[in-house]
Ligand binder design. Structure first.
Ligand code: FAD
Length: 551
């Protein structure tokens, strides 16, 4: 939707929202429908987001009088967080789930019903009960559909939507004083020009940072921009050492990554290294008979866990990472040759269709898979209303909601399907805080004379080749040294390497006009530094953080 004026200043708004996933859209609609002027700035199209790709669903107990069910959701979340959750936050989010899911339904989200007409509740790993609302296996796309339709319907009446506009940075109210908060944004227009947008309040809803790693389940927009911008503006950032990996992403280079569901391993699929698979095949494969033909006996997973390929996400992902590092292979194989091919096609039609595009037949052919960065647990530290903190105190006019925020819900590991829930709960709270402030005349004043972005004298970057090389170096360093399995030596090496990459990129940043590639790389460098630093400081193996030297 709409490009804006050719002037370098955009019309000021009450609330500037960065991002159009569940967090940004939900908050923007709530504020706009309560009389605030709102602009949504989003890097690509309105629906380009991790939200749009979420498969499983949203966790929530719908009967708030069922204390046992609420307590079970609390306990499952605390167990997943490995002792590092904020219990007060967990209890409050679990309690708010029913009301927020009700809001999504009011927005037009259609969750699947079972034969009895009640919501069809699914169960996922780590949940002791069925409490996941879903819309087939594309819940996020259904949520995004409803919310983008809502936003489009408000566009004519004045909700401003800037698609293909990228926020470069937050503008501090007082340059020398981060605790004074922020007063607006600098945005890179599709034309390449930088515009200033003044706002009484700014909401970071910019998602995670999956692009830190070579392999990710996230869309390419997940470059940690909000975390980096918040950090530069002086907001507290925490828990960056906790990055969740999915163990079995399809190992092909593609702009749209594909996950092989954990249900496939539940169905009997077995992980093998390429050499294990070759040896198993050479010994006769399935036809070698019951004992020798059982692929489990040849799987590396047997060396890591009694449960073999059936162990939890973290155990399987870590073991796979170790094997890939040991062999130098870019992937391992998910073997389904010993299973009934017809049954597989019936149970996993989407996967069968997806791998068929690569000439892989479910059943006879092994599927190349590797772990992929999936979810950023850490981020901008916020209070119970989604307000960003600076050295522990509320930072006026800056909010963070969704994956960019660190609320204390997830602790050291996220429980499946709790992230869409967290996003919608905190979006509502931040919106309520903004609406209340507007009603009481307490929203911070607009700043009229915000500084312009000064790049008129700067050159256009002649070639982006070196940036791509630096980006590849960063991603491969993060995957190899700061990924699933860390060590003190690897972290020290990563610290040296990121300093080198920074020294290559920062001079270019200062000398040339900004481009999306350069801005994203600069932000990823900051996120990488935050992950490395947090990983060095964490001296115990807990949740998603695993350092060989702390074993
Ligand atoms: C494949 C996959 C499956 C998942 N499955 C589930 C699930 O079943 N259940 C669950 O609870 N969670 C799931 N998750 C996680 C969940 O989808 C995300 O945590 C959640 O959607 C994040 O929502 P968000 O609004 O915070 O960010 P996003 O949905 O990622 O949206 C971020 C937005 O910010 C924009 N943006 C970023 N930087 C800038 C910038 N500088 N300027 C302007 N715009 C910017 C992006 O373009 C995008 O529109 C899954 C994630 C993935 C990738």
């Amino acid at each position: 939707m709409a490009a804006d004026s050719q002037e370098k200043s955009l019309t000021a708004v009450d609330v500037a929202v960065i991002g159009s996933g569940i967090a940004g859209l939900f908050l923007a609609l709530r504020c706009y429908r309560n009389g605030l002027s709102v602009a949504i700035v989003t890097k690509k199209s309105l629906s380009t987001s991790s939200t749009n790709w979420a498969q499983g669903g949203i966790a929530g107990v719908l009967d708030i009088d069922d204390e046992g069910a609420l307590e079970a959701h609390v306990q499952d979340t605390l167990a997943s967080g490995a002792g590092l959750c904020d219990e007060g936050v967990v209890r409050a989010v679990v309690f708010d789930a029913a009301a927020r899911i009700g809001d999504l339904v009011e927005h037009g989200v259609e969750f699947d019903l079972s034969a009895d007409g009640l919501y069809d509740m699914a169960r996922e790993g780590g949940h002791s009960d069925k409490r996941i609302l879903h819309s087939r296996d594309r819940t996020g796309a259904e949520i995004e559909r409803a919310l983008t339709q809502g936003a489009a319907s408000e566009y004519e009446s004045g909700l401003r939507i800037l698609e293909n506009w990228m926020v470069l940075d937050l503008i501090r109210r007082d340059l020398d004083n981060p605790s004074s908060g922020v007063a607006g944004l600098w945005c890179l227009a599709p034309s390449g020009k930088v515009h200033t947008l003044a706002a009484r309040a700014v909401v970071l809803a910019s998602g995670g940072a999956g692009m830190l790693h070579l392999s990710t389940t996230n869309p390419a927009v997940a470059t940690g921009d909000g975390i980096a911008m918040g950090h530069r503006a002086g907001a507290d950032v925490s828990d960056m050492e906790f990055i969740q990996f999915h163990p079995t992403a399809l190992a092909v280079e593609s702009a749209t990554p594909f996950l092989i569901s954990e249900a496939m391993r539940g169905h009997g699929a077995v992980l093998m290294t390429r050499s294990e698979h070759a040896a198993w095949r050479a010994a006769g494969g399935v036809s070698a008979g019951s004992a020798a033909g059982d692929p489990n006996a040849s799987s590396y997973m047997r060396r890591y866990s009694e449960k073999g390929s059936l162990d939890t996400r973290d155990v399987v992902a870590r073991a796979t990472d170790r094997e890939m590092k040991r062999s130098g292979d870019s992937h391992v194989l998910l073997v389904t040759e010993h299973l009934d091919a017809v049954e597989l096609m019936e149970e996993f039609p989407t996967t069968a269709a997806q791998v068929a595009k690569l000439g892989i037949r479910l059943g006879p052919d092994p599927i190349p898979v590797r772990p992929a960065a999936h979810y950023m647990v850490g981020g901008v530290v916020v209070d119970s209303a989604g307000r960003a903190l600076c050295e522990g105190a509320v930072m006026p006019s800056l909010y963070a909601v969704g994956e960019v925020a660190r609320t204390g819900l997830h602790g050291a590991n996220r429980l499946a399907s709790n992230s869409l829930l967290e996003a919608v709960v905190y979006s509502e709270r931040a919106a309520s805080d903004l609406i209340r402030k507007a009603e009481n005349g307490e929203l911070p004043a607009l700043v009229d004379d915000l500084p312009r972005w000064r790049d008129d004298d700067l050159d256009v970057l002649a070639e982006h080749g070196t940036l791509h090389t630096d980006l590849q170096a960063l991603r491969s360093m993060m995957t190899n040294d700061v990924g699933l399995v860390k060590s003190d030596a690897r972290l020290a090496r990563a610290k040296r390497r990121i300093a080198h990459i920074r020294s290559e990129v920062v001079p270019l940043w200062h000398a040339t006009k900004p481009t999306q590639t350069m801005v994203e790389l600069r932000n990823l460098i900051i996120c990488a530094e935050l992950v490395i630093e947090a990983s060095i400081l964490r001296r115990e193996n807990v949740g998603l953080h695993y350092n060989l030297d702390l074993d």
